[in-house]
Design a protein around this ligand. Structure first.
Ligand SMILES: [Zn+2]
Ligand SMILES: [Zn+2]
Length: 364
């Protein structure tokens, strides 16, 4: 069928919305009419850093309505509202033990550019393959997705809003609720108050953590963090977070999260921990140097990477929707909508931080 899809033709070029051909879903796949898609920093990485072969149809926070299902699909049917999330195999040891975000095929399935069976679903008008991104390419009017990438959500919530639950908000909230699972009365420091950091913060509030400390360099972000549940905020350009946190909690803090990927910030996020504390790394970073004895091992600290909030999307996303409906996970306060034609502006507003979570409306 004919679709419109936003494509990065080459490394670093702006997206162009193009007409393309989408194949029928195979037995294990679902055809989804995309209503809207969030923009996540990994989309910009796909545009700029060749994570996936070009040309690539980007987008990985899609939400829409099921139009058609393959013969072996049992979990959704036409008419269902769905959120699309990351792609996983469902068969490897990590998938079978409830950790699909650690699927051993995760990189191939999400960044390899093709579907499970190695073939492509999106083709240019002159017949060339276009790479799929995260198994969904949700900046498209329609998408063919493996059943594992589809999560049914209630139809009484605006479907345009829900796409970012499939990546950014799942990553932050899931890291707290699925991975760290903090004890009642413990405290957390969250470095960076973008979509991932703020969703981690809202999750920390849901479970009633004691100190929820938000650190950023923008006062307007910190004001928003306070409204969403931060008990203390620190502008790290004005105050040293290590000193402020040691003043509040002499022994250090039980948990920290870095969402910035900035090496100096990652070191701070480890330094503020109390002995045996855990720092979760969620930002894309390069080399960071630690003195293992003095900074990590000598105080039994844990420094861990967490992908997609260690979530099982089909179980976790409906829970986030439920908490949103109750007013306890107000992620709608972080979004701004854009028309499909303005997708490059939405990328710019995400990159300069002026909008926390842009959502592109695809089909209306
Ligand atoms: Zn797997
Ligand atoms: Zn993402």
């Amino acid at each position: 069928m004919k679709i419109a899809t936003a494509v990065a033709q080459q490394q670093g070029t702006k997206l162009t919305v193009e007409s393309a051909e989408l194949d029928e879903p195979k037995a294990n796949e679902v055809l989804v009419e995309i209503k809207a898609s969030g923009i996540c920093h990994t989309d910009a990485a796909g545009r700029d850093f060749a994570t996936t072969p070009y040309p690539v149809a980007l987008g990985h926070e899609g939400a829409g309505i099921v139009k058609e299902v393959g013969s072996s699909v049992t979990t959704v049917k036409p008419g269902d509202h769905v959120v699309l999330s990351f792609s996983y195999c469902g068969h490897c040891e990590n998938c079978l033990t409830g950790h699909p975000a650690n699927c051993i095929h995760l990189n191939e399935l999400n960044f390899g550019g093709h579907n499970f069976d190695g073939t492509h679903r999106i083709h240019s008008e002159d017949g060339k393959n276009i790479s799929t991104f995260f198994g969904q390419s949700s900046f498209s009017t329609y998408s063919v997705v493996d059943e594992h990438g589809v999560t049914k959500v209630p139809s009484d919530v605006d479907i345009n809003l829900l796409g970012p639950l499939g990546c950014g908000f799942q990553t932050g909230a899931g890291t707290v609720l699925n991975y760290l699972k903090p004890e009642f009365g413990s405290s957390i420091a969250i470095f960076g108050t973008g979509a991932v950091g703020l969703s981690a913060m809202m999750a920390a509030k849901i479970i009633g953590m004691d100190h929820i400390i938000a650190i950023d360099i923008h006062d307007n972000r910190l004001e928003l963090a306070k409204k969403l549940g931060a008990t203390e905020t620190i502008n790290s350009q004005k105050h040293n977070p290590e000193e402020v946190i040691k003043t509040l909690l002499q022994a250090g803090i039980e948990y920290s999260i870095d969402t910035t990927g900035v090496p100096a910030v990652i070191k701070q996020a480890v330094h503020v921990l109390k002995p045996s504390g855990t720092c979760a790394l969620l930002g894309m970073a390069g080399d960071v140097t630690f003195n293992i004895q003095e900074e990590v091992m000598g105080e039994s600290k844990r420094v861990v990477g967490v992908i997609e909030g260690d979530a099982i999307p089909q179980l976790f996303i409906p829970k986030l929707v439920n908490y949103y409906k109750k007013g306890l996970f107000p992620f709608d306060r972080l979004v701004k909508y854009y028309k499909f034609a303005d997708i490059n502006q939405a990328f710019e507003d995400s990159a300069d931080g002026s909008v926390i979570k842009p959502i592109v409306k695809i089909s209306n």
